[in-house]
Design a protein. Structure first.
Length: 360
């Protein structure tokens, strides 16, 4: 599953599932206060498709009403989609810095990864310093702390870890904090190798397991169990990984009304396929890849895309036909130009750069 707007690793996209379970409402006293988490996703998509003239019109609206959050979210997405242009990058920074300074505790920021600074942003240092000032100035405000953590999670992991532990100390019974710490360690699994990678996976597994014990919501528990299954796989515990994934599939047959059923199905089939491949069963791995692509889509899969870890593993075995079939299947719900590019590369005998899509 790819976060197409900022190329974040899948674990961040998967974590959005937890926040989508509860719809956030912003209470700023303006029309923007009616924005919801789903509305923010819509603005993310809209921002990628508006014209330059439409963007200029939104800028004029902000001159009249700086608190027009809908326009700001749309513009950040617009400028983020044109990151090669210096002027666009500068405008993106301008709006993000305004949000950090003006609405640091807004729950809406949690549903809008484009508002998180990345290493290529020229305002990264300024933005990071501003976030730390906001955390200090709003001691005890956990909403500000949450948004700051989301900002630091990728570029400044040590700072993120420190802030997460502050949140855990303030709310020891809140599963959000160990879940977030597990997410942090999962990100490091993505980039580490060998024994270091396995240790991060074990640490992440422990945090997700702790979060699961504190979590009551059935949907949130399933989301955490997908993460547990993936971390068990990365830690080398194939038996636990397969058991967790299979249990999710069994439940999916009974929970057909679950709005995130497709996400659980996709994740579980992908994990089972990777386990099968590790055990030398290429035929079963191919079957699981097709099953993972036969889901009907979901708000998250449709927006952020499916996982590519199993597809890459099979390409490494030169199993190109099944990967191309998988691409056709997922094209029914994931409308992204990358699929055409990846299809051409696979047909020519190459392996695409699945950057950010290899976390499931």
């Amino acid at each position: 599953m790819t976060c197409w707007f900022v190329r974040l690793p899948l674990v961040l996209c998967l974590s959005l599932l937890l926040s989508f379970v509860v719809v956030a409402q912003e209470s700023s006293g303006t029309a923007s206060s009616q924005l919801t988490s789903q509305g923010i996703v819509s603005l993310s998509i809209k921002g990628r498709t508006i014209t330059r003239d439409e963007a200029q019109g939104l800028e004029q609206m902000l001159v009249k009403d700086p608190s027009d959050l809908a326009s700001r979210f749309t513009l950040i997405s617009y400028y983020g989609a044109h990151f090669t242009e210096k002027v666009m990058k500068a405008k993106k920074c301008e709006h993000i810095l305004w949000m950090i300074e003006s609405i640091p505790g807004s729950p809406l920021l949690r549903h809008f990864p484009q508002a998180r600074l990345i290493r290529t942003d020229k305002c990264l240092i300024e933005g990071n310093e501003l976030w730390l000032k906001q955390v200090e100035a709003n001691k005890g405000n956990l909403d500000v702390l949450r948004n700051a953590i989301d900002n630091f999670l990728v570029p400044e992991k040590l700072i993120a870890e420190k802030l997460i532990k502050e949140g855990a100390a303030a709310e020891p019974q809140n599963p959000e904090w160990p879940q977030k710490l597990g997410q942090l360690y999962s990100l490091q699994v993505t980039f580490a190798k060998d024994e270091v990678r396995k240790q991060f996976a074990k640490d992440a597994f422990g945090q997700y397991e702790h979060a699961l014990k504190l979590t009551a919501s059935a949907q949130s528990r399933r989301i955490l169990r997908v993460s547990l299954a993936r971390m068990a796989f990365e830690a080398g515990d194939l038996t636990t990984s397969a058991s967790l994934a299979q249990a999710l599939l069994d439940e999916a047959d009974q929970e057909k009304s679950d709005g995130f059923r497709a996400d659980f199905l996709h994740g579980a089939h992908s994990i089972l396929g990777r386990v099968a491949l590790q055990n030398g069963d290429v035929t079963e791995a191919k079957r699981q890849l097709i099953a993972s692509g036969e889901v009907q889509g979901s708000p998250v899969l449709n927006s952020y895309g499916p996982g590519m870890s199993l597809a890459k593993d099979l390409l490494d075995k030169n199993e190109r036909t099944v990967v191309l079939e998988y691409f056709v299947l997922i094209s029914s719900f994931w409308k992204n130009e990358k699929l055409q590019q990846w299809t051409a590369i696979v047909k020519s005998g190459g392996t695409p750069d699945f950057a950010g899509s290899l976390s499931r």
